[in-house]
Design a protein around this ligand. Structure first.
Ligand SMILES: [Zn+2]
Length: 378
């Protein structure tokens, strides 16, 4: 990796960015990303955006979340011990006996999470994982009064681990979820920026986003997607590798560290059948939304964006019956089915059902293989 990039990653990861308190981390990200952007801005929530090739088309959003899971000061005992609550899905078990930093108004306050020695524990408690409300932090004071001089209820707390290289390109750090994502997004912007000097290469407008408040309900990503209205969104986050002992691969898949990214695609408003209808000259695509029954009707209510297609919710007897009734009630001449199975084999309707299939085709260079080779994954 380039030294400059590695230093950026190190600074980014070492800058605490607890959910809801991302400002310092966002500054680090924006300082780096702005070198490769035509324009940068942040919104009222703290989401940061760096735009390259403004006015290009389509508008591509590359997004990752800047916040990390953390804890917060919840209660201070008369003896000055600090009890905590969760900010995001932190695992109470891994915080035991760790050093922490409380991000207080006047600056960082060091602490250590108490861990009772096994000799002092009652036997039945021995192997139970701790609950978050059992975790307490010692900041080295003797009274609540002294504790309240330096920390306040609500102050965020992070573990004080820092970035370290193990061997080669393998690194450990606190909360790679998801600064490795915001790093990847900023690096993608840098590479596009250097490739895009020859303007014929980059046609899209690229908006690199470091968004806030993911760990408490995907809030930032939603806010920024509404304001940017991208044509395409590529969201980068971490996943769990499964190439180490104790993980059940049949259940969680085969994900190996260093073997490249995993891909998950989100919901689309329509699929292959809709595209086929347009491409092969359908006079009209008829929506079934006003003719739907049962679970299909419910699905339209829940997902109004899916009105262009007829959602098949499964192939149990009841679901098949609801599909048949909905199709028969909808004033169309033909049903194009883009489902994985050939629906005409299980449905009895008055309308002809034609099954549509698709295959992926690479339309030129750079293709996926070129990109993976560029990044030395293969
Ligand atoms: Zn994440």
């Amino acid at each position: 990796m380039r030294d400059v990039s590695l230093n950026f990653l190190r600074t980014l990861v070492n800058t605490p960015s607890p959910v809801g308190h991302e400002v310092r981390g966002q500054r680090v990200w924006l300082d780096y990303a702005k070198q490769y952007a035509d324009e940068t801005f942040s919104d009222a929530y703290g989401n940061c955006v760096a735009v390259l090739n403004k006015g290009g088309s389509p508008r591509l959003m590359l997004a990752a979340h800047a916040d990390e899971i953390a804890m917060a000061v919840n209660f201070i005992t008369d003896d000055g011990y600090i009890y905590v609550r969760k900010m995001g899905g932190i695992d109470a078990a891994i915080t035991k006996a760790q050093r922490v930093i409380i991000h207080a108004r006047e600056g960082a306050v060091k602490g250590v999470v108490g861990n009772v020695a096994p000799h002092l524990m009652k036997e039945e408690k021995e192997h139970k994982p701790p609950k978050i409300y059992e975790i307490f932090v010692d900041i080295g004071v003797n009274s609540r009064k002294d504790a309240e001089k330096v920390v306040r209820i609500g102050d965020p707390i992070t573990l004080s681990d820092e970035f370290d290289l193990l061997r080669n390109d393998l690194a450990v750090a606190r909360a790679f979820d998801n600064r490795i994502g915001t790093f990847a997004v900023a690096e993608a912007l840098r590479l596009l920026h250097s490739a895009g000097r020859d303007k014929t290469k980059l046609q899209a407008e690229v908006c690199a986003v470091s968004n806030v408040q993911d760990e408490i309900g995907l809030l930032g990503a939603r806010q920024i997607a509404y304001s940017l209205k991208p044509d395409i969104a590529l969201v980068v986050d971490v996943t769990h590798a499964t190439d180490y002992p104790t993980v059940n691969k049949p259940q969680h898949g085969d994900v190996r560290i260093g073997k490249g990214p995993t891909l998950t695609h989100g919901g689309m408003e329509y699929g292959a059948a809709y595209i086929a209808a347009q491409r092969f000259g359908a006079a009209e695509v008829v929506s079934a939304v006003n003719h739907a029954v049962g679970s299909i009707k419910e699905t339209y209510k829940k997902y109004p964006n899916s009105r262009k297609v007829l959602p098949a919710m499964g192939y149990g007897p009841k679901q098949i019956r609801e599909l048949e009734e909905t199709i028969d009630a909808t004033p169309c001449d033909l049903v194009l089915s883009g489902t994985p199975i050939d629906l005409s084999r299980v449905l009895k309707t008055k309308k002809p059902v034609v099954h549509v299939r698709y295959e992926l085709d690479e339309i030129g260079h750079p293709n996926l293989e070129d990109v993976l080779r560029d990044w030395s994954f293969i």
